[in-house]
Design a protein around this ligand. Structure first.
Ligand SMILES: NC(=O)c1ccc[n+]([C@@H]2O[C@H](COP(=O)([O-])OP(=O)(O)OC[C@H]3O[C@@H](n4cnc5c(N)ncnc54)[C@H](O)[C@@H]3O)[C@@H](O)[C@H]2O)c1
Length: 335
């Protein structure tokens, strides 16, 4: 953290991992005009060069330690998932705020260690739970929390990425920390608990598959289909399903539906799109629109963190919720 930096100066950021999502979030953060990109680090020269085109003023450096040596105030991490926790902790221990891609950790214990490091350093930590920032989920959460739908007793969430991740590291447990649950299920568990205001999760049952067979106890490969059933303290039944490369007939099937005693509300993707969503409120067999495309939601979580950092935000207690979500993932994996 630069102590000489004048109070009015914009925070200096480092970007660690500038593959597809790292560069996408870099653009969104640059558009806020709230920060400066001080440095970029990625072992792939091509990726680093692409990022440099977006932020020509940034210095290209070799490692996270070099990045931290550039007197940065915040680091944006978008590396393979298994690296996130350790990299976040190293930044936080140097007094640097972190915006990390999901998942923050592979387990609740790893996630807890990162959140503790942020609390001890009193630095802003946020994770890219990007679907929270869709117009549709914002509206659905308002409707659920207003009580308009009565008591929510059923929640169904689905995320099938039928296209499947195209980078090999996603399929290597040492780099990904898990398969479709770690990649997509984390969003579903987070959306359910965030919308329901984080009830306690009483019980979790699940089934994990790989290539249509039960995954079993094998540690050398990751799941590509999972279903889970959660019972929460409000009594609601939460059902999740997620997958990679399911024969789904389109690129993606994504939905989050909340059913209560007085009505329902749901988000769903349009025509198999990864980006376009409609949200609707249901009354019996009728429906009203809550949100529809276009909605440029992908970079909003990143932009929100950057603006908060620029406004001087320190540790945010909301990060504690990340540990609860990670704990549910542990239980889905039977840990
Ligand atoms: N929030 C979301 O909705 C969302 C969407 C897509 C991906 N993601 C997450 O983003 C992360 C990156 O995914 P991606 O699709 O961009 O992958 P990617 O493979 O395109 O990018 C990862 C980059 O990290 C670099 N890298 C590898 N090891 C590194 C290290 N030690 N230090 C610095 N850089 C390193 C790679 O060279 C690569 O450029 C994953 O954790 C994924 O789960 C989140």
């Amino acid at each position: 953290m630069s102590l000489e930096r004048p109070a009015h100066a914009r925070p200096r950021l480092g970007f660690l991992g500038v593959g597809w999502i790292g560069r996408h979030r870099m653009k969104a953060i640059l558009e806020t005009n709230a920060i400066e990109v001080a440095a970029v680090s990625d072992p792939s020269p091509e990726m680093a060069e692409e990022a440099h085109r977006l932020a020509p003023e940034a210095k290209l450096v070799a490692t996270l330690d070099d990045l931290l040596d550039e007197q940065v105030d915040g680091v944006v991490i978008a590396t393979p998932s298994a690296l996130h926790a350790e990299q976040s902790i190293r930044a936080l221990e140097r007094g640097v705020a972190v915006f990390c891609q999901k998942p923050l950790g592979r387990t609740a214990a790893e996630t807890r260690a990162v959140v503790n490091a942020a609390r001890e350093a009193d630095r802003l930590l946020a994770v890219d739970l990007s679907y929270r920032f869709t117009e549709g989920m914002q509206r659905i959460r308002e409707v659920v929390q207003s009580g308009e739908l009565g008591r929510i007793y059923a929640v169904d969430l689905v995320f099938h990425n039928a296209y499947g991740p195209d980078k090999p590291w996603f399929y290597d447990p040492a780099l990904s920390g898990g398969g479709c649950v770690m990649d997509l299920g984390v969003h579903l568990v987070d959306l359910a608990l965030w919308t329901l205001e984080f009830p306690k999760v009483r019980s979790v049952s699940s089934k994990l598959f790989r290539d249509g067979e039960p995954l079993g106890l094998r540690l050398d490969r990751v799941e590509d289909y999972a279903t889970a059933m959660l019972e929460v303290s409000t009594g609601a039944a939460v059902r999740l399903a997620c997958s990679w490369r399911l024969q789904a007939g389109c690129d993606a099937v994504i939905s989050a539906s909340f059913f209560g005693t007085e009505g329902g509300a749901a988000l769903r993707n349009v025509n198999g799109s990864f980006y376009d969503f409609v949200a609707e409120r249901y009354r019996g067999t009728a429906r009203d629109g809550l949100a529809e495309p276009p909605d440029e939601w992908g970079g909003r979580a990143a932009a929100d963190w950057a603006r908060r950092l620029a406004a001087g935000a320190r540790f945010d207690m909301a990060a504690e919720r990340l540990v609860e979500v990670a704990g549910v993932l542990d239980r889905i994996y039977g840990r």
